[in-house]
Write a protein that binds this ligand. Structure first.
Ligand code: PEP
Length: 251
């Protein structure tokens, strides 16, 4: 059994030289992690050269974001085809930081479809900003899922990863409780089944938000998830190596 571990480097590091050093450390750590498939999402500007210089087999590469259009007058954007040409086989879609900058549910719907058309695996991020006891966040997540998964066929569900990321946990050191994640995983599957029938049962779900070397194993054991999306810990080579090591202990 292999867990998916997405290393979202965000807008780090500040130079290609440092990115190469970080990738080399990530490569070494990934090679000794038998139960993890590592996907690195570097800044797009480093992607092609990192991929070219990478000689291993354990790491795949992802875009942190992409436009749904194939080309045109979209200053500053990159297309999924361009990302693929540079070496990406995955694309993060609807990350909380992109949604905060204006990415809508409708955009995620188009991006998921465009990624699948390019044979790129979409990693669709969903998550609520805050929680209250009334459980209104379930409705919010359902809306995000219904939009993001609207254009799929049931069979395409097997080619998509849902990253559940409660925004209130992102950037900290403490995840949500694995028990609450378990509840959310059941809800996500139920929503996928509602939309696409029994195939929804097998949808891949990962957790993101303050995943660290200290809490990764427990989340994987008890959270009912297929892996983790890791932000700030993934750009600290030592901590990321410890996180991958910790995952070995979760198996
Ligand atoms: C994220 O931003 O997707 C994320 C999971 O970040 P962090 O691990 O830093 O909470």
């Amino acid at each position: 059994m292999k867990f998916i571990v997405v290393a979202n480097w965000k807008m780090n590091p500040s130079s290609f030289r440092e990115a190469k050093v970080l990738l080399e450390a990530t490569r070494k750590a990934a090679e000794s992690a038998r139960h993890a498939s590592v996907i690195v999402a570097p800044p797009a500007i480093f992607l092609r050269d990192l991929k070219k210089g990478y000689k291993g087999k354990k790491i795949s590469f992802a875009l942190q974001s992409a436009h749904f259009e194939a080309g045109g007058a979209y200053t500053g954007e990159i297309s999924l085809a361009q990302g693929k040409d540079a070496g990406a086989t995955y694309a993060i879609i609807g990350h909380a930081e992109r949604r905060a900058a204006g990415e809508s549910n409708e955009d995620t719907r188009k991006k998921v479809a465009a990624a699948l058309a390019e044979n790129i695996t979409p990693i669709l991020c969903v998550g609520e900003t805050k929680r209250s006891n009334s459980g209104e966040y379930f409705g919010f997540i359902k809306e995000q899922l219904h939009a993001g998964l609207a254009d799929l066929s049931g069979t395409a569900l097997g080619r998509i990863i849902i990253s559940y990321e409660p925004i209130w946990a992102i950037g900290g050191e403490k995840t949500m409780s694995p028990r609450d994640m378990h509840e959310m995983a059941i809800f996500i599957r139920k929503s996928a089944i509602e939309m696409h029938g029994d195939k929804g049962m097998g949808i891949k779900i990962i957790y993101g938000g303050a995943a660290t070397e200290s809490n990764a194993a427990q989340m994987l054991r008890e959270g009912d998830v297929n892996g983790l999306l890791v932000g700030h810990v993934s750009v600290n080579a030592e901590r990321f190596a410890s996180l991958l090591q910790a995952i070995e202990g979760a198996v």
